[in-house]
Ligand binder design. Structure first.
Ligand SMILES: [Zn+2]
Length: 276
């Protein structure tokens, strides 16, 4: 039995705020991967958020056998990329990286109206573009949606041949039903361990077990009992044990099922890539 962290960010230094002192070694990629392995978290998906991280992600997956990656532009990076890159340039980089064997998805992409309503137009344009690229190279997408699910659903509906995962699902039942109808998986983060996450804890029960993935979204959203601290892939077992408790199933079955789901969704992508 092992776990998969289907969504983490391993370049912690990129997220470090000036006041926060992270020990480079303690939170270096090797240490994070080793602690994850020791906790039974065998495979990690390192998710891209911007074009400036593609070189680092390529090096990380080249150096770590059990780490895979995605390539894509996060909605909160949309305005910046819009201003500094042409759509042709963005497409060229994403398609180039997507051809590499350990790139198993396009993401994270989507819409975020919580932090940035004003860049809605740029967010939508890059979301559409990256959905088209995902279809072109037959890779699943990793969807980020915050306070934006009706628009996300509308765009997913326009791209019926693209599948993927709703990452860090926050609990809206209507969103879950639509995503499931489109054939998407739904990924649950440490948020499920929070006391106030009652909507998510309820909606969880309508997600079929063969469509569920586990994630940390490290370094953000550390699960209880580490809430408020730096999150890391080794904390997946806390997410899993809370879900098992809520669903009344053994953690072991959840680990086996969610790992199978991960490989079905993403590694089939690799096989399809062979004909790309
Ligand atoms: Zn993320």
């Amino acid at each position: 039995m092992f776990f998969v962290d289907s969504h983490c960010h391993l370049l912690f230094s990129k997220f470090r705020s000036a006041s926060e002192k992270l020990d480079e070694e303690e939170y270096g990629v090797t240490a994070l991967v080793d602690r994850a392995a020791a906790a039974g978290v065998k495979y990690l998906l390192a998710v891209g958020t911007q074009l400036s991280d593609v070189d680092d992600l390529r090096s990380i997956v080249d150096a770590n056998e059990n780490v895979f990656r995605t390539v894509g532009i996060h909605p909160l990076e949309a305005a910046k990329h819009h201003a500094s890159h042409s759509l042709e340039e963005i497409s060229r980089v994403i398609l180039r990286e997507a051809k590499l064997p350990k790139t198993i998805g396009i993401g994270e992409i989507g819409l975020d109206y919580h932090y940035e309503m004003e860049s809605e137009k740029q967010q939508k344009q890059l979301f559409h573009l990256q959905m088209d690229l995902a279809e072109q190279c037959s890779l699943p997408v990793v969807i980020h949606s915050r306070d934006a699910y009706p628009d996300v659903v509308a765009i997913l509906r326009e791209h019926p041949r693209v599948t993927g995962v709703i990452h860090c699902f926050s609990g809206e039942e209507d969103f879950a039903r639509n995503a499931l109808d489109f054939g998407f998986c739904i990924s649950i983060s440490g948020v499920v361990t929070y006391k106030n996450a009652t909507e998510l804890q309820e909606t969880l029960k309508i997600i079929p077990l063969d469509r569920m993935l586990l994630e940390t979204d490290a370094p953000f959203l550390a699960p209880v009992p580490h809430r408020g601290r730096i999150n890391e892939p080794a904390f997946i077992p806390h997410v899993a044990s809370k879900i098992s408790e809520l669903l009344g199933i053994p953690t072991e079955s959840l680990a086996i099922q969610t790992s199978e789901n991960f490989f079905r969704l993403f590694i089939n992508g690799i096989k399809r890539l062979a004909t790309f």
